[in-house]
Design a protein around this ligand. Sequence first.
Ligand SMILES: [Zn+2]
Ligand SMILES: [Zn+2]
Ligand SMILES: [Zn+2]
Length: 450
Amino acid sequence: MTQPTEAAQVSPSDDVLIPVLRELRAESPSVGAAKLLALLLTSQPTWTVSEKRLRKVLQREGLGLPPSSVELRGSINATKNDSNETGVEFPTSKMNPRLNIGRWTKKAEVKDFGLEKGKGLVATEPIEEDELMWKEDPLATCPDWDLQARQTRSEACANCTRTLPAPTSPPIPCPAAPSCSASFCNRLCMVRNGNVHALLCPVQNPASIPLLDFIKAEKWKALGAWTRLVALILSQHSKGQTEEMQDSLEFVRSLAGMTFEKRLKLLAGLKPTDAASMELSKKSHALLVQAFQSPPQLAQQKKLRRILGAKPLPQDVVNDLLSWDGFHLGLGKMSLNLESFGGAYALHSHLNHSCAPNTSVRHLDPTITPRISIVARRAIEPGEELVIAYVDPALGVKARNRALAEWGFGQCQCTKCVKERAAGGDDDGAESADVQADDLATELRDYLGI
Ligand SMILES: [Zn+2]
Ligand SMILES: [Zn+2]
Ligand SMILES: [Zn+2]
């Protein structure tokens, strides 16, 4: 992907900007300012428009936001960053109106920290050190590659990933058995799975084979998780589970995110990235569309329609999940929000970062189950924010902030960073430069499969 240099970028006059904005607004009537800006800068890659200016123009021209879609700035203690004026934006998130936190815990509530910081979780009662605050299953997950292989061999449940056979009941095979060798631990697991496996099954939906092979070959977890999230929402639609589908969609819409292109731009600012990455993203989008929307062969189309049913997917859902822009943003969201095991979690994704975290995430056994436990690292007072570390807290203050910058965050304002900066904390030596290069290499490998 070629990035225009700053010198080649122009700030459009209002006369030029407004008609383009009107068009974008007509196409995407309900998106917030940050997403609209992302759409604008994607369609006009040489333009420089700050979010502040965009918001002003939207307000003045009556193209403003519906009240339900107020977008919030970055989900971290970040300062306002001048880089925003150069067109690089913070990840943005919004409140999820359908999130029922009581499902998981009574010990925390979602708090809106305002435009600068976004949403987060706050303790509602005293919490003791090592106390389990909640357990959570992912909405969608890209299981470890070994675990995926075990699922296809019927050694792990195609739905919940538990080891098979379960001690209590014989496995229930995929309806396409014996051509497909996947199984579920019991009938309940099969019912809960809906059409998710069917959409990913090599026999029931052969159009998904190239996509799943590509994900495995590239070891691309963000794409794997997005694929499963799309399969989940398509399954809910096909089963007439309207409420569940709205829950899933709101989860996706509320995740902090930035477009894939923005993410690449950030990475490119630190180290040149390969044009191949853009090709990979185009190829993966084409494979996703083939798998779930328009298979290339008639026989495959018939099989897909048998799973999805006749009821067409609403256009806004198509836009969010399968369009090029929706796919871009979705990949960016997965990349930002996936837990290290590869799952996207509704409540866990609300946890903000601190370099001195009071909360940690534990897996009982990530090779068997994607369930996570959220545990207090120390005693927590009511009203205190629950925070986890997005980067290794053992790194020096500069290395930590560089790692955070890759995610589009401004300078971290956690107490540890403020203290270390005040004490002149500066370990920007050769060692931390190596750490940065390593991080980036890992990042690129994980994210792009390079
Ligand atoms: Zn199961
Ligand atoms: Zn199957
Ligand atoms: Zn910090």
